[in-house]
Design a protein around this ligand. Sequence first.
Ligand code: GLN
Length: 539
Amino acid sequence: MKKETKFIFVTGGVLSGLGKGIAAASIGAILRARGFKVNLQKLDPYLNFDAGTLNPGEHGEVFVTDDGAETDLDLGHYERFTDTALSRKSSVMSGQIYNNVLNAEREGKYLGKTVQVIPHVIQEAQRMILEASEGFDVQICELGGTIGDYEGVHFIEAIRQLKRIVGKENVFYAHLVYLPFLETSGELKTKPAQNSVRDLKSTGISPDMLMIRADHPIEKSLCDKLSVFTDVPVEAIIPMPTIDTVYRIPINIEEAGVGRYICNKLGLPNKKANLKDWEKLVGEINSVKEEITIGMVAKYMANWDTYASVTESIKSACWRNGFRPYIKWIDAELVEKQGESLLKDLDGIVIPGGFGNRGTEGKIAAAKYARENKIPYLGLCLGVQIMTIEFARNVLGLKGANSTEFDENTPDPVIHIMEDQKFITKKGGTMRLGSWPCVINRKSKAFGMYGKDKIDERHRHRFEFNNDYREELEKHGLLIAGTSPDKELVEIAEVEDHPFMVGVQFHPEFKSRPLRPHPLFDGYIKSIAKVKARVKEKV
Ligand code: GLN
């Protein structure tokens, strides 16, 4: 008999931004720690087809899967917490659902019928949920937005009906709410949470579990009160107060009995969860003493989520090497105006991915500063392009060198549009995307870090290293440390006479995990440690 997949639907109420993605990912972590095969899926109400065309400054990072989907940043949390590579099926936006329905309508699939939200849109959402779940023991689906949002209604109805379709013994609804703190009376209030559960119930969904967020400790009496008003058993009301690190959450919710309760409810064998690695990580986080300061020279300053995977990768590598990370945000445009003074006292410089001209001259100045002052530098996608432009300008003396992305008429286009990107006019989903192989030069630092010469990394870009300049750049000390197997595309470059100046055309941050920091980030932090030790020796 075909094994049935169990479904956990995670909804949210009261406010957005409560960490629903982290909550869903943490449930994934404790189920995976029991040995279950777990998939996570994000259901996003946006009418976009995918996250690729959303503004990362507003919406957060665009996460890329191995199979090249441009997704919501929650997929990054899912991959980090469950150490699993997800596929494009894990990211569903309303735009895709409507697109499929409208294509089917044009093909004549619904001939004679009126096409409607109920049943057609809902059935397509259900099909996408079920299709993604094939082969998994458990699928956790997080619904974006909050209960009561007009635009999420079709997903709510789809997941309500699924209980009947897949059997009630296979479905579990967890609802995340927030308790605001009232300064005047010094207490947490439950009324908005009660109202949110009432809103959820009015859609026909009764939550099996409440996960409650608050910025203050949550007394047991509040859980009792919520139980009385919502009918959720008190053992399924899980306090999730704000804590020092999100990586403690799997441990906390396991201690609160979440795994046992879910397994019982879904008829899953309640195996013991092995959370030793998470405990080790939290131990490492708490024991670090020395701080290192990494300057992130970037464009978007207002939203931490914009570079979520990069900051998590830096943090994980720091903890693993016994350091407390301090990530200093440096506005690339300010570097243009105020110059190098903004870059003083940094242990390392990171240039993350980016698009468009704004702030690029500041980033080039930061790369120059890092090269000349031997500050460890890691360039991610745009970061390797910046590094190459700077090297061409200031080492080769090609003063006008640039990327054609920033200056179409540059006399020296050391970075130019990829051949197969030249005639692309549609913006959505057309970049070089997803996992591509790379062969590493055995003489490089990269080889030392990866410990092997064949790797696969995730990409998201249109521009690349211009091979016309390769020989000259190499002659002057820019090592081509990695290329595509046919040697046509430069994937990794390194400045030779430097403790660590490495740029990669891909995004290693998408494959870094808190329990398994990525070798490049690990190597980067180790090089900083070495430089710091040398400085101490001199003092
Ligand atoms: N804008 C650059 C390109 O398209 C870099 C992209 C990125 O950093 N992801 O090639």
